[in-house]
Design a protein around this ligand. Structure first.
Ligand code: 5AD
Length: 391
């Protein structure tokens, strides 16, 4: 594994000079190519329930919010799995709010059926569930689990995640337990949550490396007006506050690629939401190697509004598939075959198309020009004149 010091990570997070940032993105792109190749894996995402017992201060699904709720039935979920195969995706991601109405035995049955009827890898993203439930799902055939720890800072975590009664919340410990059960584990954070400082985000990235995560999702915080962190007067960390913009996400993705070279990193839907034109492309050029097209059928798709304005909500799965494949092709990358797990086969160490493509270079140049215009007026806090990787 390559190591960056805490100061280097911090320096890059505060870096604003386009020429320096180009080096960071180019280095991340190269590390991505060397370790996971040019394949872009597609994970079909089915959002099976928007019920949630939690009160997370940023999330549009929080229990206190009065919004129409749904829970998909077994037939609907299995149909989504078959759609996933039909569209050529190797992984089904089953996501929901933290919904104990999703009964553990019932879901185990759904997992068994999908594993029996399809060649799909199954990733679960269902919040903090009991160890016995996680074990049951693993035994039923689930391959991976996504649980973002959201922040490595205990005080910030507590401030934005009210406890559920007496239940303690230790997502890092839960991730470690899931790894022991044989899951590939994924986590992540939002960039720019109010109260998130550069120091904190740097430590988040260091924690990704320490946990040796198999998957890391990073998107921008997008204020939801009907949540506490979406209020207009919400306090921030002032000068130390991480902004929730595209550049910050791209820097965090690139740094994550450097410290977790083998991990699967999505260019997230939230990133595509703040830059609908080419946010996804910028993600793929800054270290990401995964897209997560939404398979959730209407009308549920419109009801899974974690944040407002979510990209792709007005399209269906077939349209998303075509759109994403076009984006991949135009970057001279290709769609990965098989399950595309870090450990579980199908993750080709493909080095085809290894040379930097002209469109990729052009897109990065454009971004760099845009950034030059937007951010060059800010002084670089920590001017790293060259990229340094300690071995
Ligand atoms: N903006 C961006 N991302 C959000 N998430 C939740 N709320 C928001 C928001 N307002 C992210 C969290 C969660 C994931 C499923 O979605 O990081 O883990």
């Amino acid at each position: 594994m390559q190591r960056l010091t805490h100061e280097e990570i911090l320096g890059w997070l505060r870096e604003t000079r386009p020429a320096q940032l180009d080096q960071l993105f180019a280095q991340a792109d190269q590390v991505r190519r060397e370790h996971v190749g040019d394949a872009v894996h597609l994970r079909g995402l089915v959002e099976i329930s928007n019920y949630c017992v939690r009160q997370c201060h940023y999330c549009g699904l929080r229990a206190a919010r009065s919004t129409p709720r749904y829970r998909m039935n077994r037939e609907e979920i299995v149909a989504s799995a078959h759609k996933c195969v039909e569209l050529g995706f190797g992984t089904l991601v089953i996501q929901a709010g933290e919904d104990f109405g999703i009964e553990a035995e019932w879901l185990a049955g759904v997992i068994r059926q999908i594993k029996a009827e399809t060649p799909l890898a199954i990733t679960l993203s269902l919040g903090e569930r009991l160890l016995d439930e996680l074990r049951l799902w693993r035994e039923a055939g689930a391959d991976r689990y996504l649980l973002r720890f959201e922040t490595s800072d205990p005080a910030l975590y507590t401030a934005i995640h009210p406890l559920r009664g007496a239940a303690l919340s230790d997502r890092v410990e839960l991730l470690r337990e899931m790894r022991k059960m044989g899951y590939e584990i994924g986590s992540g954070v939002m960039a720019g949550i109010p109260g998130q400082t550069y120091e904190i985000l740097a430590r988040d990235i260091e924690l990704f490396a320490e946990l040796d995560l198999d998957m890391v999702g990073i998107g921008p915080f997008i204020a939801h007006p009907e949540t506490p962190l979406g209020a207009p007067d919400v306090p921030t960390a002032g000068e130390a506050q991480v902004p929730s913009n595209e550049l910050m996400v791209l820097k965090a993705v690139a740094l994550t690629r450097l410290v977790c070279p083998e991990a699967n990193l999505p260019a997230t839907t939230a990133l595509a939401t703040i830059n609908t034109v080419d946010g996804r492309e910028h993600g793929l050029e800054s270290g990401a190697n995964v897209f997560m097209p939404i398979l959730t059928p209407s009308p549920y798709r419109q009801m899974y509004q974690i944040y407002p304005g979510k990209a792709c909500v007005d399209e269906d799965a077939t349209q998303c598939n075509q759109c994403l494949r076009g984006r991949i092709q135009r970057l001279n990358r290709y769609v990965g075959e098989g399950q595309g797990g870090r450990r579980s086969g199908g993750g080709e160490a493909a080095f085809g198309n290894a040379s930097q493509s002209a469109p990729a270079t052009k897109a990065r140049q454009q971004l760099s020009d845009e950034l030059g215009q937007k951010e060059s007026s800010q002084p670089a806090e920590n001017a790293l004149s060259q990229f340094v990787v300690l071995r």
